[in-house]
Design a protein around this ligand. Structure first.
Ligand SMILES: Nc1ncnc2c1ncn2[C@@H]1O[C@H](COP(=O)(O)OP(=O)(O)O)[C@@H](O)[C@H]1O
Ligand SMILES: [Mg+2]
Length: 296
């Protein structure tokens, strides 16, 4: 966490900051392939000044979208990575009572100045930033069900109060809020109502080819086509616990290219299968499916 600027005092009746102070339009970036519908949804969310909720299976580029939006709009990115133990309060501020007690005992500094012991969280950082920022709340579904509801008011009003210092922290500029979810859990209705929602479908072959080429530009086209064929075949094998996703495919084509894989072998044997599948169970299932298909 960066050193927090002192929270700004302001009357709670002041109107929330405007939705889009920056006039730039997000049109994707060179390293991120976004479908036109996704670009439109990003703009709609910005115009409405509402959080953009992005769902999709792991590896479909949800986290990277926020990185790309920040880059595309020329704004700093503040990332709040949610864990199972994360509480909404962590994003606002924490009051470091332990440090205050310590300072009191050892006579360090002015312990009556409580503001010194208030450390802003990621939401607090985003609100107090003088520049408009992109705030990524990554993997919101990892926390408990109360977590999204506990942030509703702050995200709506773009402010929160700190009772310990009687301060109100208001957004200097309304951050562009991107929230991702791996669709592990359903999110509360009240929360969903306030967001602009987009589901990133797993990319089709043409789009996935473009995504791979962004990361591995000099790839042999024939190798890529064979790898895509084998990859989609593998994703359709019934019973896999963890289907391979985009990042595994990117690693796999590089392994194939560097390992000098024989083109005939790519769909027949799936060389370097461990790059695609990370579970013994899945490797077994894939081997059996290959044998059944007479490939191995
Ligand atoms: N649309 C895309 N354009 C470029 N790279 C992508 C895209 N989607 C996924 N990737 C690649 O796949 C990897 C996984 O993406 P990530 O954003 O971490 O997925 P998620 O957050 O949905 O699990 C990224 O590191 C990136 O290399
Ligand atoms: Mg992610």
């Amino acid at each position: 966490m960066t050193d927090p600027t002192p929270p700004r005092q302001s009357p709670p009746s002041a109107p929330p900051p405007a939705g889009t102070p920056s006039s730039a339009t997000y049109a994707g970036t060179g390293d991120y392939i976004a479908a036109p519908e996704l670009l439109q949804t990003v703009e709609v969310a910005r115009r409405l000044g509402r959080p953009l909720l992005i769902k999709g299976e792991p590896g479909t580029g949800k986290t990277m979208l926020a990185v790309s939006i920040a880059e595309g709009l020329g704004m700093p990115l503040i990332t709040w990575t949610v864990k199972s133990t994360t509480k909404a309060q962590d994003g606002l501020y924490v009051y470091d009572t332990v440090q205050r007690l310590y300072d009191g005992q050892f006579g360090e500094g002015d312990v009556s100045d409580i503001a010194r012991y208030i450390k802003l969280g990621k939401l607090g950082e985003a609100f107090t930033s003088p520049e408009q920022v992109v705030l990524l709340i990554d993997e919101i579904d990892k926390a408990d069900l109360e977590f999204p509801n506990d942030l509703l008011w702050e995200l709506d009003q773009m402010e929160f109060s700190i009772p310990e210092t009687h301060a109100t922290v208001r957004a200097v500029q309304r951050p562009v809020v991107v929230i991702t979810s791996n669709a592990e859990k359903e999110l509360p209705d009240a929360f969903l109502r306030r967001c602009v929602f987009h589901y990133i479908e797993f990319p089709d072959e043409a789009m996935l080819a473009r995504i791979v080429q962004v990361h591995v530009p000099d790839l042999d086209r024939r190798l890529l086509d064979l790898a895509l064929e084998a990859f989609y075949w593998l994703r359709d094998v019934p019973g896999l616990q963890k289907k391979p996703s985009t990042s595994e495919l990117i690693d796999w084509v590089q392994a194939l290219a560097r390992g000098g894989a024989d083109h005939d072998e790519i769909t027949r044997r799936l060389p370097f299968m461990g790059v695609l599948l990370k579970k013994d169970h899945d490797v077994d299932i894939a081997r059996r499916a290959l044998a059944r298909a007479g490939r191995r």
